[in-house]
Design a protein around this ligand. Structure first.
Ligand code: ADP
Length: 534
């Protein structure tokens, strides 16, 4: 039997253990190096660690790190040791050799480099820095030729350091791009007027912008990552449950109104819509909910309209006030300065004009007062029996702008019951409506007033063959200050208050007013008013 001497075995074992220990030591060193570099996310820290580690391994005299910059498509100095910036020019190398290093991804050593600050030749090594898919740059290392530092083990370590630095630089690039895009998305989210909430499939809130926090009256603390059921009020949870269910079923939900009450007596109407969030492969990764504060948008829109109407109104009213005032002023001035005190005829004529214009002013002021009474809820009516034909007759007596071109046709049955109404207010209603028929039929034509009993009401049609009203203006003509803006109506004076007062009076009697009209053909206003049953 061939028995190995025990000493041989022991020797072999010792050698293996020592080899293994060395390898473990080396691995520990490499692991340590890797940790030191990979754990850094700051660009300068990575570069400094890299240059420190290279120095630890080969104790260089100086080194220059060049990194690729995509924006200028060039390699630029990104780290320096033992070289001053002003000396950089004299360290420039032949590009061909660098190209070779980068292309091959291998070391190159040049032994005859004459450093500008030293008499002796320097040994120069070029170490490529590579990322997963591209060249990142290269490191020029200057060392003394006498020191034989480029042993195989050192080269192995250096290559390892370079590859770890490559990974760290790419990670850092990715990290900075990611944090930029995260910041970018956050900025976009914050600048949107709507409230935005996103949630993952586990119902955890993944994004919420300030508007959503404000609309839902949530505490400003961080609720990212928290399950919405644990942080939102009960009624909100119920609403989101509902939205979530429908979103998962249909892929989205259209605007629905939700009245949210963050505190007692305060109701915020929120418009809510949602859709699924999908990844690149179309898998559901959550939902996005968009909230719109409807009260704010409605209010804003209303205020904007009101503002527009008011400035239009001020200009209308000023115009309306100015024209009678200037007529009054000029007639009074003429009366004072030019008309002979004995010329009674002319004086009477002038004073009549002044009186008429004063009436116009008074009517305008009355309209304004009516509007202000209506707005403040102080518009009162006194009901009593009113004969419609009497009201209409008084109106025609009062109207002076009817020309011979207008043909007036009144068709009121003699047995028509009395209205149960406020006499003065009825006069105001019919004066406004009939005045409009005449005003807006400048070429004359038939003005017809026809009344009849319709169920429990008296129906009165007031029609003309005038300029008519465009269908898009029709829904607005009963609004305060609204005047149709057309070349036909341009010359016709008014404030846009008449019809809104008329509508208010009719409705406060329990009646209704409507209009039918055809541009160029004429209009018919229909008033329904209750009659007196006694
Ligand atoms: P105003 O008398 O100042 O014009 P109203 O409130 O009475 O104000 O009427 C509002 C607008 O409705 C008028 O400016 C006019 O454009 C339109 N309108 C009212 N009545 C008639 C009508 N009979 N024919 C044509 N347009 C009319």
């Amino acid at each position: 039997m061939n028995v190995k001497p025990i000493e041989e075995d022991t020797l072999f074992l010792r050698k293996t253990i020592s080899d293994l220990t060395e390898q473990i030591d080396q691995l520990t060193v490499l692991q340590d190096i890797s940790k030191q570099i990979i754990s850094k996310f700051d660009f300068n820290q990575i570069i400094n660690t890299f240059l420190d580690l290279v120095n630890e391994i080969i104790n260089y005299n100086s080194c220059i790190l060049y990194l690729y910059h995509g924006d200028s498509n060039s390699y630029r100095v990104s780290g320096l040791r033992g070289v001053s910036e002003k000396d950089l020019k004299s360290y420039e190398l032949d590009y061909e050799i660098i190209d070779w290093v980068l292309k091959e991804g291998r070391w190159a050593h040049i032994s005859s480099f004459k450093r500008p600050d030293q008499k002796n030749n320097s040994f120069i090594s070029i170490l490529p820095l590579q990322g997963a898919k591209r060249d990142l740059g290269f490191l020029l290392i200057f060392s003394d030729p006498e020191k034989d530092v480029f042993t195989q083990a050192n080269m192995k370590h250096l290559s390892f350091v370079a590859s770890q630095t490559g990974i760290a630089l790419e990670n850092q690039d990715l990290y900075s791009k990611l944090s930029h895009s995260e910041e970018y998305i956050k900025n976009i989210l914050e600048s949107i007027n709507n409230g935005i909430i996103t949630m993952d499939t586990e119902d955890r809130i993944t994004q919420i912008n300030k508007n959503a926090t404000a609309m839902l009256g949530l505490p400003s603390g961080d609720i990212i990552g928290v399950n919405y059921k644990d942080t939102l009020a009960k009624n909100l949870v119920k609403m989101i449950d509902n939205v979530k269910k429908r979103t998962i079923k249909d892929g989205f939900t259209l605007d629905t109104l939700f009245e949210y009450s963050p505190i007692k007596d305060l109701k915020i109407p929120l418009g809510i819509n949602s859709s699924l969030l999908l990844d690149d492969e179309g898998n559901r990764i959550g939902i996005i909910i968009v909230l719109r504060d409807m009260s704010a948008s409605k209010e804003l829109e209303r205020l904007r309209q009101l503002d527009e109407m008011k400035s239009e109104f001020v200009s209308n009213v000023s115009h309306e006030l100015r024209s009678p005032l200037s007529v009054i002023k000029s007639y009074v001035e003429t009366l004072l300065n030019r008309v002979d005190s004995g010329d009674y005829e002319t004086r009477r004529e002038f004073l009549t004009v002044v009186s008429d214009e004063t009436d116009r002013l008074a009517a305008l002021v009355n309209d304004l007062l009516d509007i202000s009474r209506i707005e403040s809820g102080r518009f009162e009516i006194e009901l009593g029996p009113v004969r419609l034909s009497d009201s209409i007759q008084t109106v025609f007596r009062d109207l002076e702008n009817i020309s011979s071109k207008h043909q007036i046709v009144v068709d009121i049955p003699s047995d028509l019951p009395d209205l149960l109404a406020d006499r003065d207010k009825m006069f105001q209603v019919f004066l406004n409506l009939i005045d409009n028929t005449v005003k807006f039929s400048p070429d004359g034509g038939k003005v017809a007033i026809k009344a009849e009993v319709k169920g429990k009401m008296i129906k009165c049609d007031i029609s003309d063959q005038g300029i008519g009203i465009d269908s898009e203006d029709l829904p607005h003509i009963f609004e305060k200050f609204y005047r149709v803006d057309s070349s036909d109506s341009y010359e016709i004076s008014g404030t846009g208050l008449g019809l809104s007062i008329v509508k208010h009076i009719v409705e406060s009697h329990g009646g209704k007013i409507s209009v039918r009209s055809k541009p160029g053909k004429g209009s018919t206003f229909t008033v329904l008013l209750p009659f007196d049953r006694n």
